[in-house]
Ligand binder design. Structure first.
Ligand SMILES: [Zn+2]
Ligand SMILES: [Zn+2]
Length: 91
């Protein structure tokens, strides 16, 4: 269960997957620069089911780097941008 602050953050995220489909789930970024990171509720992307857990999704392909190579969408950068926008709006 996310905390209230995390729930507010997740609510603020774009409800669209990078592919254009409505997003259905939260993906926690797994790797940054090929290195596994600790699961972070503040470094996430809303994805559609196919892009999340489908055969050509980030979990099906094995990680963000493979997903970037397949689709051209850098989930780590997009998640960082979401976080940046949220922080800047709160200032
Ligand atoms: Zn995920
Ligand atoms: Zn998608």
């Amino acid at each position: 269960m996310p905390t209230a602050a995390v729930a507010r953050y997740w609510d603020s995220l774009p409800d669209q997957c990078p592919c254009g489909a409505p997003s259905a789930c939260i993906h926690h970024i797994i790797h940054v620069n090929g290195q596994r990171i600790t699961k972070d509720d503040w470094l996430v992307m809303k994805l559609c089911l196919a892009c999340h857990v489908g055969k050509k999704g980030v979990h099906g392909l094995g990680g963000e780097r493979q997903f970037l190579a397949e689709t051209g969408w850098d989930l780590v950068q997009l998640a960082t941008l979401n976080r940046h926008n949220f922080e800047v709006r709160a200032r």
